[in-house]
Design a binder for this molecule. Structure first.
Ligand code: SF4
Length: 298
């Protein structure tokens, strides 16, 4: 990125960037917590749960010692509950092996992908790494390569441009944060190029401003989720309901849970489906079954 581009972006960020709690710290633990919570969850929701989590588990040590049941309780309401166990298992790894110092070493930990590894190294360790998520892909694909709707295929090119994108000195670690905020406020699906600080240097701006871009109806094809016969929701939602019920009513009898989570439960048609979902929750470590009763695992 030309110095003009990074300095324009950072100047805009100083004025318009969001003041988020995980941007006030360089603690790798706190940054990892925020990154895992932000996966598939909106910032406004994460803000609430982030604070609660850090009150309960303020350090790697406190989290590493927590049981499955304890982390599932504190995660309650955030969804995609597996993430709570992933986070606890990462804490266990860190306690046993120390905090990694490179993206490559972070990526060797189960549950840490390339994006999370690069984000921790950028925000906690202030390394010149560029985490690429859907937001950063969208902005850089547009600005640098003139692709209005960049796909995953662009990531290789974007990674190769990291040395160019991140200034060599100054607050280079704020560039990804600035890109996130620009992506969510201005460079959205239908971008507001007229009010964008980068419009003079963005390769896509002329096409958007002249109205010569066809806006795709669907950006990302959602993976097909499994759904039982005529149920209105995918199984994922019912698994969440089962877990919520067990959290609130420990020692529930297995055979009574069906009608509790589904008002249209039919014993002959749905009992095997419920059992299969409970087996999956057990395998994932989210639920325990003892003497036909359901509990949170200890
Ligand atoms: S000028 Fe338009 S397309 Fe380019 S970065 Fe700004 S909002 Fe996005």
């Amino acid at each position: 990125m030309s110095p003009r581009l990074s300095s324009t972006l950072l100047r805009w960020y100083r004025q318009h960037g969001r003041d988020l709690p995980w941007r006030q710290t360089r603690d790798p633990y706190r940054i990892l917590v925020s990154e895992i919570m932000l996966q598939q969850t909106q910032v406004s929701r994460v803000m609430i749960f982030y604070k609660r989590w850090l009150t309960q588990f303020p350090t790697w040590e406190s989290l590493a010692e927590a049981t499955n049941g304890q982390v599932i309780m504190v995660w309650s309401g955030l969804g995609y509950n597996r993430r709570s166990l992933v986070l606890r298992d990462i804490a266990k790894h860190i306690i046993a092996h120390g905090v990694p110092s490179t993206p490559e070493a972070w990526e060797k930990i189960k549950g840490v992908g390339p994006y999370t590894a690069a984000a921790i190294c950028a925000f906690a360790l202030h390394q010149r790494t560029l985490p690429i998520d859907t937001n950063i892909r969208r902005v850089l694909g547009r600005v640098l390569f003139g692709i209005p709707y960049p796909t995953l295929k662009m990531d290789k090119k974007i990674v190769q441009s990291a040395d160019f994108v991140l200034p060599k000195r100054g607050a280079f670690y704020d560039v990804p944060q600035a890109l996130f905020d620009l992506a969510t406020s201005t460079c959205t699906k239908v971008p507001a190029c007229a009010s964008c600080p980068l419009k003079a240097i963005c390769k896509s701006a002329p096409r958007f401003l002249s109205g010569h871009v066809r806006i795709p109806k669907i950006m990302i094809k959602k993976a097909k989720e499994s759904r039982h016969r005529n149920k209105p929701y995918p199984d994922r939602i019912y698994r969440g309901k089962i877990l919520k019920f067990v959290r609130e009513h420990p020692e529930t009898f297995l055979k009574t849970i069906g009608p509790m989570i589904d008002p249209h439960f039919d014993l002959s048609l749905d009992q095997a489906w419920i059992k299969a979902m409970i087996v999956r929750l057990q395998k994932e470590g989210l639920i325990a079954l003892k003497h036909h009763r359901l509990f949170l695992p200890t």
